[in-house]
Design a protein around this ligand. Structure first.
Ligand SMILES: CC(C)(COP(=O)(O)OP(=O)(O)OC[C@H]1O[C@@H](n2cnc3c(N)ncnc32)[C@H](O)[C@@H]1OP(=O)(O)O)[C@@H](O)C(=O)NCCC(=O)NCCS
Length: 180
């Protein structure tokens, strides 16, 4: 069975509003070889919004923590792919990691610039919620820059509660209870 077939077999698909089919599947070890290429497809603004600080380079720490999620029982990363010329191309990801609070996880999303604004954010956040439920969390949270209106809109649409951090108004916490 070739790689594409295996990917298809394990992928779930979703359709964006314009009809484009995207595939969602868990991150695999082999994807790490494409991490730098993915990172290079994110603009400076996207990296800033994702990491909440200027992030010109993919650090060894970030790479190690992404790799660690492959083996951490209560962490998960879902990646979004599209097919092009018979190849699958990584276009986004949703990450769910534990917090210090029991039963509560944190999500983060990133989408390469060329694929933003087409509804993939909503698809990926829905997937993060699904993943968090499967990992048996009862609450999911995200820290979002308050200027990040796109992310806040996506969260609000999926019934997340928004709260500006009283100690740092530049950050808004979005959260949602996960009922069984
Ligand atoms: C934030 C992000 C995940 C959202 O995903 P996306 O696929 O671009 O968003 P969507 O296409 O689902 O659009 C979300 C909404 O924002 C709206 N929107 C688009 N551009 C906007 C803008 N500049 N200002 C305000 N709203 C905007 C869209 O109209 C849509 O609203 P609608 O559903 O009512 O039509 C994505 O843009 C991204 O990766 N950004 C950089 C990294 C980041 O911010 N990560 C979040 C950290 S947790």
């Amino acid at each position: 069975m070739n790689l594409l077939q295996r990917l298809r077999d394990h992928a779930r698909s979703a359709r964006l509003a314009d009809g484009t089919r995207v595939y969602l599947r868990p991150l695999r070890e082999a994807d790490l070889a494409h991490a730098q290429q993915y990172f290079d497809e994110l603009s400076e603004e996207t990296k800033y919004l994702r990491f909440m600080t200027p992030t010109p380079n993919l650090s060894a720490e970030t790479l190690a923590s992404v790799a660690g999620a492959l083996h951490e029982a209560r962490a998960g990363i879902t990646v979004a792919l599209v097919e092009h010329d018979g190849e699958q191309h990584l276009i986004g990801g949703a990450r769910v990691v534990p917090t210090e609070r029991r039963g509560c996880c944190e999500f983060a999303l990133s989408i390469v610039d060329a694929w933003q604004g087409r509804g993939l954010g909503q698809v990926l956040l829905r997937e993060a919620v699904r993943l968090a439920r499967r990992l048996r969390y009862h609450r999911i949270e995200g820290s979002v820059l308050t200027i990040n209106t796109k992310m806040l809109k996506v969260a609000q649409r999926l019934r997340f509660h928004l709260q500006v951090d009283p100690h740092d108004p530049s950050v808004t916490t979005v959260s949602r209870a996960l009922l069984p």
